[in-house]
Design a protein around this ligand. Structure first.
Ligand SMILES: [Ca+2]
Ligand SMILES: [Ca+2]
Ligand SMILES: [Ca+2]
Length: 580
């Protein structure tokens, strides 16, 4: 298992709260009271629904049956159970509001439950990737000023570190040379955190964070909420979440200790890094090598690390900049998501030219085209929304049967093109959803949430509020078939890509990928239109005969040396292995 490189995996991304409830005794996280105290309300998409690590453990066979070889588990650390303004509270069911970085949230179980999960996965030859957060903690710190305005961002220009409450305020922090001088000596001179706002920690929460150093406001930016623009993207609070001063070496060392300890204690296989683009690149340049070294010391040589640089646009330059400036080994491939979702129908009358460009743009990433093979690719996620939701935007009149076919086509691309295919839990059961964020986090187990179960699923007549672990679902079966084929076919995991056909309109899209050892060609052809297509595709002159590996039947022979004629049904695809 540990000899497998990152691009040899197929990842399954799961939010533990929404997957399987293996223990109802932990549903309220050991807390007393109503939903605003415990965070538990299975009828409300903004609260805990009861899923946990025991449940996930019990369903490993289902995940392995899908062909996944690595599980990306949404954050499991202890969260602030409920936060938000009065009347608009929600719960930390998603896991991104950490208070205790050293233990599993009681809603999800115990550290022992996590140990059991990792051991059971490893026993099956499956890896476990943790979802980690370095950018922020839960929202505990409040500010004395600006409450009614919602703590607008206070910039370094208007509120320098050197004065209290603005440029005309009294002098503070003498000798501090600014956050770009990232030495312990310099940061020791920052003693007063009230340069922009005056941070206040509510009495009841003074010791809520673990490790204890996290309770001191000096280790945070304290500049108010980010407006996502300019410097505030790095220094601002993410909707109130306490933004850590990640330029401070104490914070860097603290985060290395925290997450290194999870490697030491549990022998996990990788990290997905949340909100990576909201942290300074210098931190990652220290954090990433430290984690790889820690893993290596434990015999984990192919530890994978990939960051979230979220964007809805096709923007490989933005993504690639984080592999170069911050040294992230991988980033979630939002460009792939945009290009494939649009090609598969998410864009009205969309063609495949952007998708064709993707492989040229791979040169932007650290390590170039080889580096790009380590990027986790995906069709939708828990923030942006699920693939069928995007397909519906482009094809508002499409039937559910057509949406299913488009989803199957997009999954065929995901599982045969370059990158590390990452399946978002429930996509294999035909979940749709009305949007992103809370709308895209449905229950796999029997759901009591009326808003998340008010529409039919794709590819099944099963009731939306039934349990959804059906290995006969057409999407589950297709993914299982292609994931298995991918793992058996080196051209699909590690082969370079040559584009053979693309268009500015829906139609034939094709690439060849090549076995790194033998050079043998695998031709991948996809029809993104609702009409049958036929056309000649350039292939290597030595590719004389073809064998069908998946999808529609491939031509038996090349039409002439260097050319093959392919026909595909509406929204069909073919995977064709060439032999000399
Ligand atoms: Ca439970
Ligand atoms: Ca806060
Ligand atoms: Ca930040």
């Amino acid at each position: 298992m540990r000899a497998r490189t990152p691009e040899q995996e197929v990842i399954y991304f799961v939010l533990p709260d929404r997957f399987e409830n293996g223990d109802t005794s932990n549903d309220t996280g050991g807390l007393k009271g109503g939903k605003l105290q415990t965070g538990f309300d299975p009828t409300d998409k903004a609260f805990y629904h009861g899923g946990d690590l025991k449940g996930l453990n019990a369903r490993l066979g289902y995940i392995q049956g899908l062909g996944a070889s690595a599980i990306w588990v949404g954050p499991i650390f202890k969260n602030k159970p409920v936060q938000g303004p009065k009347g608009n509270e929600s719960a930390g069911y998603h896991g991104y509001w950490i208070t205790d970085f050293t233990q599993v949230d009681p809603h999800f179980g115990t550290n022992e439950d996590f140990k059991a999960l990792v051991e059971a996965a490893h026993a099956r030859g499956m890896k476990v990737y943790m979802d980690i957060i370095v950018n922020h903690t839960a929202d505990v710190i409040q500010y004395k000023e600006g409450v009614s305005q919602g703590y607008p961002y206070r910039s370094k220009a208007d509120y320098p570190f050197s004065t209290r409450g603005g440029v005309k305020g009294p002098a503070i922090n003498p000798g501090f040379l600014g956050e770009t001088v990232q030495t312990a000596e310099n940061w020791a001179k920052l003693t007063d955190p009230s340069f922009a706002y005056t941070p206040v920690v509510p009495k009841a929460e003074e010791d809520v964070k673990v490790p204890a150093w996290l309770n001191d406001p000096i280790y945070y930016h304290n500049r108010g909420n980010t407006d996502w623009k300019g410097e505030s993207a790095q220094y601002g609070d993410f909707v109130g979440l306490d933004d850590l001063a990640t330029e401070n070496p104490r914070v860097v060392d603290g985060m290395i200790d925290i997450y290194g300890s999870w490697i030491d204690r549990f022998g996990i296989d990788g990290f997905r890094i949340d909100t990576a683009r909201h942290v300074n690149a210098e931190l990652w340049r220290k954090f990433v090598p430290a984690m790889l070294e820690r893993a290596k010391a434990k015999g984990i040589n192919n530890f994978h690390i990939f960051g979230e640089v979220a964007t809805g646009d096709y923007d490989p330059a933005l993504l690639a900049s984080w592999t170069r400036n911050a040294g992230l080994p991988g980033v979630l491939d939002f460009a792939f998501m945009r290009a494939v979702d649009d090609a598969a129908g998410g864009a009205k009358d969309g063609g495949t030219e952007t998708l064709a460009r993707l492989f040229d743009d791979d040169a932007l990433y650290a390590g170039g085209k080889a580096g790009a093979m380590q990027l986790p690719t995906f069709l939708g996620n828990h923030d942006a929304g699920r693939l069928p939701m995007f397909l519906k935007l482009g094809q508002p009149l499409a039937s559910n049967d057509e949406l299913l076919k488009r989803s199957m086509l997009a999954h065929a691309m995901l599982l045969t093109l370059r990158g590390v295919p990452t399946i978002y839990y429930g996509d294999e059961q035909g979940f749709v959803g009305h949007g992103g964020d809370q709308w895209s986090r449905q229950d796999m187990f029997v759901s009591k949430d009326l808003r998340l179960t008010d529409e039919p699923l794709l590819g099944t007549t099963r009731a939306p509020d039934a349990e959804h672990f059906d290995p006969e679902h057409p999407l589950y079966r297709l993914i299982a078939q292609l994931a298995t084929l991918r793992r058996q076919t080196p051209a699909l995991t590690g082969g370079i890509t040559t584009v053979r056909a693309a268009s500015d309109k829906p139609g034939l899209f094709a690439v060849s990928r090549f076995d790194p050892a033998t050079g043998n060609e695998v031709l991948l052809a996809y029809n993104t239109s609702t009409e049958a297509v036929a056309g000649n595709l350039a292939v290597e002159p030595k590719s004389a005969q073809f064998q069908t590996l998946a999808g529609s039947t491939c031509p038996v022979k090349a039409t002439a040396p260097g050319s093959v004629t392919i026909t595909l049904p509406p929204l069909g695809f073919a995977v064709c292995a060439a032999q000399p």
